[in-house]
Design a protein around this ligand. Structure first.
Ligand code: ADP
Length: 198
């Protein structure tokens, strides 16, 4: 029954680590970026709304994102725990998440921050841009996404730190190394892989 947030700037490696962590903890990974991208590629109304924001490197409006996450976290498979990747990114989203969890009479176990310095971030994203063809991976948009993160999302780390939930992990280096650090940091907080005691 683990409820975790994974936070960090674009390019920090949240998606990569989230896939491993969710299987390690046996909880579903809920990635708002992935859900938006699926909707864009399926041409849904949500996808059409999200696309213009995503392509500009801006956040999708809170009311749209919040409603989508509310539905997802109230689905059966997320009731027993989840790993949220890419949400919350604004103060309004923090409040909505608090409300959703209060409605389920539950709370977060920890907020994991992946820390990576900004030059490394831009280099990683430019490399991904060449390889993946994501429409929001052009240099201008990459820079805009970093700015938006710094302005709107980085301050939330302090909010969670004040609540005693923040676990900061160095995200530089090899994927396996970072995964090790995450597992270790979570273990220190009493959060271990699968077969957790009940
Ligand atoms: P990255 O971490 O590289 O920025 P994501 O895949 O997490 O990429 O998100 C891609 C885009 O989806 C964001 O730039 C934004 O437009 C939109 N998005 C994802 N999560 C949120 C959110 N919580 N609130 C608003 N927009 C979001």
């Amino acid at each position: 029954m683990t409820r975790l947030l994974l936070m960090g700037p674009p390019g920090a490696g949240k998606g990569t680590q989230a896939v491993r962590l969710s299987s390690m903890l046996s909880v579903p990974q809920v990635s708002t970026g992935d859900i938006f991208r699926t909707n864009v590629s399926e041409g849904t109304e949500l996808g059409r709304t999200a696309q213009s924001y995503m392509d500009a490197g801006e956040y999708v409006p809170d009311e749209v994102t919040n409603e989508m996450v509310r539905d997802r976290l109230n689905a059966d498979d997320a009731r027993g725990g989840f790993l949220l990747d890419g949400y919350p990114r604004t103060l309004d989203q923090v409040r909505t998440l608090d409300e959703i969890l209060a409605g389920q009479a539950t709370a977060l176990d920890a907020v994991l921050e992946l820390a990576v310095d900004s030059e490394e971030l831009i280099a990683r994203l430019l490399k991904r841009a060449r390889e993946s063809g994501r429409t929001d991976d052009t240099e201008d948009v990459i820079r805009r996404r970093q700015e938006v993160y710094t302005e709107q999302t980085a301050p939330l780390l302090e909010t969670y730190d004040k609540r005693g939930l923040l676990v900061r992990v160095d995200g530089m280096g090899e994927v396996d190394e970072v995964a090790e650090r995450i597992a270790h940091a979570l273990h220190e907080r009493g959060i271990d892989s699968t077969a957790e005691s009940v």
